[in-house]
Design a binder for this molecule. Structure first.
Ligand code: FES
Length: 122
């Protein structure tokens, strides 16, 4: 039998708080949906950072979070679509594009990233 953990999610955009029960072998985003909780997501495979949260307490396992730099992981960000719980956890959603900008904003500004990423040039 797998262990189940309690996950508290604070959605900073709506001000709502959710409490979920998530087994250790299930993605948190997927479990949330099954429990009727809508959280932001887009790609569902750890690449886009739409589902990123800041971890306030607890431990998350996210080996497939390729969209998140090691630095941001160290700072306590996680991608819920590819995150498994390893303890009871408290997270809050990011401001829109917070993680994306932390990760790519500076590089765009310096013009170092050119290929393979959406660039809005106006
Ligand atoms: S939905 Fe894209 S990284 Fe999670």
């Amino acid at each position: 039998m797998s262990q189940t953990y309690k996950i508290r999610v604070r959605d900073r955009n709506t001000g709502k708080e959710y409490t979920l029960q998530v087994p250790e072998d299930r993605y948190i985003l997927h479990s949330a949906e099954q429990q009727g909780t809508e959280l932001p997501f887009s790609c569902r495979n750890g690449a886009c950072t739409t589902c990123a949260v800041r971890v306030l307490s607890g431990e998350i396992y996210q080996p497939e979070a390729i969209g998140l730099s090691p630095e941001l992981r160290r700072k306590g960000y996680a991608l819920l679509c590819v995150s498994y719980p390893r303890s009871d956890i408290e997270v809050e959603t990011q401001d829109e594009d917070e993680v994306y900008e932390l990760q790519f904003g500076r590089f765009f500004a310096r013009g170092k990233v050119r290929a393979g990423l959406p660039l809005d040039e106006d």
